[in-house]
Design a protein around this ligand. Sequence first.
Ligand code: RRO
Length: 291
Amino acid sequence: RPGPVNVGGVELQNHLLLAAGVLGTTGASLSRMLLLGAGGVVTKSIGPLPKEGHSGPCLVALEDGLLNAMGLPNPSKEFVDELAPLAKKPVVASIFGGNPEEFAEVAGWFSGKVAAAELNLSCPHAEGYGAAIGSDPALVEACTRAVVRTGLPAWVKLTPNVTDITAIGKAAEKGGASAIVAVNTVKAMRISTGLRRPVLGNRYGGLSGTAIFPIAVRCVYELYEAVKVPIIGCGGVSTADNVVELMMAGASAVEIGSAVHGDIQVFEKIRAALYAKDGVMASEIVGCAHG
Ligand code: RRO
């Protein structure tokens, strides 16, 4: 079993983190996930103004994943108080904004209160936010730099919904990112044939879960060849073998989201399997599928 794992300027309890969005809306649920085996936790994304989110249905379970269009619901600055009981814990604040100034403002609220900021430049259905910014290398670089100036390590979460994810990763690195998180959800849609209308209130949204795991592997593999900063894999991880596979592609740590919906014990289970016997030898396996 490893001691603390340092990734992207954050000391984690192990290589597994709770992904943004899932169970990250209260301090109590974040604390609980740390007690249940997560090595670190990422909050639900917080933005410059309170936001209600989209009208429902917002979350639909599919055969092999989840389809969501929550619509960035968040209480904005008020959320900072939720994290007071978690001081010194491996908590990462997911943040979003519509421009570099807004990113800097929100990051400033969390500066000194969390271990890092994760820039959400990747929500697939957020007009003016998320992937709208995260597909433009110049904006990615500027938003990253604005957060770095607040003093927080900046993790940058990328969208898979671009032609060349390495160009975006390089822009984040140029802006001073401490780590790259790959990936957010895949833009997707389902239609109810019975109701003759889209299943989501917002019509389209983001697909997560097992269905997107191969996309995460491909993105991490491509990024590992393009950047030097650590990569944190995310997308459809539900087993210890998935964690090892993403590490072989190049991930230094892994985030888990949808699998927590089906099984609150998933961190404990994966951790037990991953560190059985001699434990995962991250130093030997990270990136070993290359070359
Ligand atoms: O809130 C959402 O609808 C949402 C966000 Br902010 C995100 O980054 N990714 C996603 O699938 N949904």
